[in-house]
Design a protein around this ligand. Structure first.
Ligand code: 3PG
Length: 316
């Protein structure tokens, strides 16, 4: 008698949800590892312009090798593609270097608490630069996000203005990057993975001269020697880990951006920060005052509210 097994294939929608769920989980896990190694490197070697450049260089190299060895298929691009990519790459470069400069000055958790305000920037940019309007509840949901971030910032024990401004600039730049990226990917045959690879390469070209101008080989050589003498040869592996994980988490995040709206992306990104904040506080023994934690919790709760309100307004 044939086996009477009734296999129910999941419908397309739940398969899509599962796929995005897997992307999100992978993205968050890779990001936690990146943040830990990134901070370890910055603690020993405080040259964020070089470490930002190395992350982009490593990702670019990984993708060039993947294309050459046909592990991944190289995208077919034209001049128009690279022209449209340019503003995205400028925004990516600014957002990346600003976040790294921020993390070189303050605790990882503090940078990410401020960066959890990204949805507020998303609404403000959409309102003032793109002329989009939102229902009142969306604006109201920004109050706890902004208030919570502000409370966490003023009660931060190791507050530093460059650290704070770096995270704020990164928020603004990444909102533009996400909106322009989504537009650039729409209707194009380039996949999220290859889109991010091209973005890395263009950002690398933009960032390199600035990194040389701001820090430069002399500082790097002295700093490197110092770091290796204090940490030992393992320091090189920390740099490799931060660079490889930087590329991997961004690649996966772009694979999900390919499937979701910039808004959902911003929300997923804020949720990701909860795991980064918790993991980094534990690993780096970051001192946290109760009122400081309260600010972070309010900001993150605000993002939950914001996502709920947005879903409601999309449904209506
Ligand atoms: C960077 O260096 O680009 C930032 O650490 C990344 O910030 P993100 O968490 O918004 O990706």
């Amino acid at each position: 008698r044939p086996l009477d097994i009734n296999i129910e294939l999941p419908d397309e929608q739940s398969a899509q949800k599962l796929k995005i769920g897997i992307y999100f989980a992978t993205w968050w896990a890779l990001n936690v590892v990146f943040n830990i190694y990134n901070k370890k490197v910055l603690n020993a070697f405080p040259y964020p312009w070089l470490t930002s450049t190395l992350s982009l260089a490593c990702g670019s190299l990984m993708m060039l090798v993947s294309w050459a060895s046909r592990i991944a298929e190289a995208p077919k691009t034209d001049l128009d593609f690279w022209k449209t990519l340019f503003p995205v790459a400028v925004a990516h470069t600014i957002g990346h270097v600003a976040a790294t400069v921020s993390m070189s000055k303050v605790a990882v958790s503090f940078t990410h608490i401020i960066k959890s305000g990204e949805p507020a920037f998303s609404v403000l940019v959409s309102r003032f630069f793109l002329g989009e309007t939102f229902p009142l509840p969306v604006y109201l949901s920004l109050l706890p996000i902004i208030g919570g971030c502000a409370l966490a910032a003023v009660t931060e024990l190791n507050f530093n203005m460059i650290g704070f401004m770096g995270a704020m600039i990164s928020n603004l730049a990444f909102v533009f990057r996400n909106i322009f990226s989504k537009k650039g990917m729409k209707g194009k045959s380039v996949s999220g993975m290859n889109y991010y690879a091209c973005l890395s390469m263009m950002s690398l070209l933009i960032l390199t001269p600035f990194a040389i101008a701001v820090e430069g080989p002399k500082m790097w050589a002295a700093g490197w020697e110092n770091a290796v003498s204090r940490i030992g040869p393992n320091f090189v592996w920390w740099v490799v880990a931060q660079s490889v994980f930087y590329h991997l988490y961004n690649q996966v995040s772009y694979m999900s951006l390919d499937q979701i709206s910039p808004l959902t992306f911003s929300i997923g990104n804020t949720m990701k920060r909860i795991s980064v904040i918790v993991a980094s506080i534990i690993i780096f023994h970051t001192p946290v005052q109760p009122v400081n934690a309260l600010g972070a919790a309010i900001a993150i709760l605000g993002t939950f509210l914001y996502s709920q309100v947005n879903i409601q307004s999309l449904v209506v």
